[in-house]
Design a protein around this ligand. Sequence first.
Ligand SMILES: CCCCC/C=C\C/C=C\C/C=C\C/C=C\CCCC(=O)SCCNC(=O)CCNC(=O)[C@H](O)C(C)(C)COP(=O)(O)OP(=O)(O)OC[C@H]1O[C@@H](n2cnc3c(N)ncnc32)[C@H](O)[C@@H]1OP(=O)(O)O
Length: 156
Amino acid sequence: MKNQKPIQDYYPDELSYCYGCGRNNEYGHHIKSYWDGDETVSHFTPKEYHIAIPGYVYGGLLASLIDCHGTGSAALAAYKAENRQPDTLPAFRFVTASLQVDFLKPTPLGVELELRGKIVEVKGRKVITEITVSANGEITVKGKVVAVQVPETFLK
Ligand SMILES: CCCCC/C=C\C/C=C\C/C=C\C/C=C\CCCC(=O)SCCNC(=O)CCNC(=O)[C@H](O)C(C)(C)COP(=O)(O)OP(=O)(O)OC[C@H]1O[C@@H](n2cnc3c(N)ncnc32)[C@H](O)[C@@H]1OP(=O)(O)O
C-alpha cells in the first residue's frame, strides 16, 4: 500500500462530496481505500464525539466506514479485473445498492480502526465485497456491500 494513491483520489472533483469518502466535503470522513495484496485496506480513528455509549463507537459511523470502503474496494476491483490503472478511461463510478452490517462486539473508542475488504464477486456492473472492521487486532464488525456502477444517465 506504500506509495499508492487511494482510489478516492481518482474520483473527479464534482463527485468528491460524499460524506463518507469525498475529499471535498469538509465535514466528511475522508475514507481512503488501498490495495494490500489481494485485500483492500483503510484506516480510520473515530473522534470522541462518534460515541454510542461511553467508551464505544456509534454503529452508524461503522456502517458508513463499511459503505465507503466497500464502494472504494468495488472500484479498485473493477479496474483490477480489467487490468487497468484507475487513471484510465472509462472511469468506474459505483454506488451502494445494498449494505449489510453485523455488529459482533462493541468497538472501542480511542484507537485506530482497520477495515479490510475481500472481493467476493465482480460481475457485469456489480461488485460484491465483504468488509471487516478491527480494533486492537480483533474483528468487531463485519459487512457485505453490493456496489453497482451508476447508469450513465445519473451523471449527466
Ligand atoms: C444518491 C446518489 C445516486 C447518484 C450518484 C451519482 C454518481 C455517483 C458516481 C460516483 C461515485 C463517486 C463517489 C461516491 C462513492 C461512493 C458513494 C458512497 C456510497 C453511497 O452512499 S451511495 C448512496 C446510496 N445509494 C443509492 O442511493 C443508490 C440508489 N439505487 C440506485 O440508484 C439503483 O438501485 C442502482 C444504481 C444501485 C441499481 O439500479 P440498476 O437499475 O442499475 O440495477 P440493475 O437492476 O441493472 O442491477 C444491476 C445488478 O445489481 C444487482 N442489484 C441491484 N440492486 C441490488 C440490491 N439492492 N441488492 C443486491 N443486488 C442488487 C442486480 O441484481 C444486478 O445484478 P446481476 O447482474 O447479477 O443480476
